[in-house]
Design a protein around this ligand. Sequence first.
Ligand code: ADP
Ligand code: MG
Length: 725
Amino acid sequence: MTANPTRLGAIREIEANVAPAPFFDTAEKTGAIYGENVFSLSVMQKRLPKSVFKSVAATIQKGEKLDPAVADIVASAMKDWAMEKGVTHYAHVFYPLTGLTAEKHDSFMEPVGDGTAIWEFQGKTLVQGEPDASSFPNGGIRATFEARGYTGWDVQSPAYILENPNGNTLCIPTIFVSMTGEALDHKTPLLRSQNAMSEQAQRVLALFGHEDIDNVVSYCGPEQEYFLVDTSFVNARPDLLNAGRTLFGAKPPKGQEFDDHYFGAIPERVLGFMHDTERALFKLGVPAKTRHNEVAPGQFEIAPVFERANLASDHQQLLMSTFRSIANQHGFECLFHEKPFAGVNGSGKHVNFSFGNGNQGNFLSPGDNPHDNAQFLVFCAAVIRAVHLYGGLLRLSIASAGNDHRLGANEAPPAIISIFLGDQLQDVFEQIAAGGATSSKQKGVLSVGVDTLPDLTKDAGDRNRTSPMAFTGNRFEFRAAGSNQTVAAPMVIINTIMAEALDYLATEIEAAVNAGTEFNAAVQSVLAKVMEQHGAVVFNGNGYSEEWHAEAEVRGLRNLRTTVDALPEYVSPEAKKLFSTYGVFNEAELESRFEIGIEQYVMTVNVEANLTGEIAKTTILPAAVRYQTELASNVAALKAAGIDPDTGDLQTVTDMIAALRSGIAALDAAKAGEHDLEGLAEAAYYRDNLLPAMLQIRAAADEIETFIADDLWPLPTYQEMLFIR
Ligand code: ADP
Ligand code: MG
């Protein structure tokens, strides 16, 4: 164990850690607490008059507008329900473009003017709120003097109660828009994109002869990776505390190379944390399901069961905040950063998605008969077209300063967006493509028709962990998303580009059929055409390999390596056309998102650069100088004693200090060198000058860490942070 007082103190604190008493009530059944704190349909059914309930249910299930006359009755029932559960305040919860969650709390109490007050919650307060929007990024959509923005209840996402020792709060999931109706959040475009996709998907379904076609929705099942690090260590690491990732740290002697952590036994302290988070999530109706260790030591994963994308997105935000606060109760810090530790796997968020509805099922699931399979292939073809045409937007949807450290680093897919179909589906599409648009049926060539399309097995079979977009049996898995990101951003893009692709397919098939082509032949021909035009995006090989980078270039696939490269995708002419055609973003909204993206990037790198400089100067350099002094006095003492001293170590540490100083100077120069740059140019400058200088400092510091006397090294080491708990 170290003799350094800071680190030793942290370790002693961890040894003394007493886990919160486990909640243990044998009478409590998971089923009984599930959704206990949610104003769900079943609660509404019990508490609302029949006609009111019917109206709300229609709004939720069919996406119809909420009848204002109904809102007052719902609000009042909601208030009574909440107050019975100890609630005094309510909050409109929304997701501003910072990626965090914002809440504005208000009391149910209304003064009535005679010195008394009543508890009241009106329909209009339920349906609409008015937070001060000026403190949230809006990318210039509104000048701050007209700081009003509106929150509006997303009726499809149920209200819930957040428990807190200081009082419970009724939370109402909302959208957040400006006075002029521009989206200031992730939720609004998600709902718009769902509608756009639904409209086009319904056209395809109608072509396949379905009647009674329900609204189509996208489903999303996010797998969340995270690290747990002891709070005592985090408190001793200003980088983790302020940037969420380590800016320094030599590789531990034992890293993840043994792969012994993956699916290994979950440590007891962590199990206690998981138990409590799951219980909290169950109460909130978040379907937390699988949990296991991840590849890196200290890394874990949770995957809730998939839900409608807008609900999944709300639940995902709720999951992250629940994890953070329960981790603290257990003496942990829950790290959602994409790359908290260099040289150790980072954290992603796999966005599993599919499309479907109540009446016709999941359209990305192979069916039981050739007819259903033809429809399944049309939806798959839509994904192929969408991903090929708009890979840049998908890349954009997962761009962040944090995720840049992870993509393409042999642990996550590269920034090149391709599709993995798996052997079976790849084979089917290749054969369809070979069949061409003609109806000539060669032997072994598939065509879409009643008895020619083979049974497709539903077993995903093979897996490809290196593909950013993999078909996994009944869904696609977008594996490039970062752990800290909202799933709403990629789902907005996925819905919108699917709307375009389904629109294209429906239009093509309609035109062919109207021109007298038989339906199956029309489908066959459009599938072949999609493969001909977009087959280049299908890649079943190793996405981590160098060869793929070269090959992808030949295929014309783009490689937007960093966030700075990806951000201009917001304002490309193609993006503007796409988003306005499907009513998801107008130009002002795209421009504002572009600006906010730049702002967030610059802010993040700036904070990290400042921290790097500060820690190097005030913590690492002094420690190294102390060691140098110690060695120098040793040399002097030996000389005085008439012994010829070995000055090798003194020289080494002196050289290391010089390297550290020159790194510090390089960073200072890089910061000083930024003259009047703005927007994307400033972001590019940060990427090209600040990040390399930070790495230079880090390289020197990490050398010092492995050489210095252990009792002088003040920052908890990777070894300690990853293995002690
Ligand atoms: P794996 O680690 O093998 O990829 P997990 O079970 O950890 O799988 O996570 C899979 C995720 O995909 C879960 O959130 C699950 O609910 C979700 N999922 C399953 N089927 C669908 C579907 N049809 N559409 C969207 N998500 C789905
Ligand atoms: Mg997965």
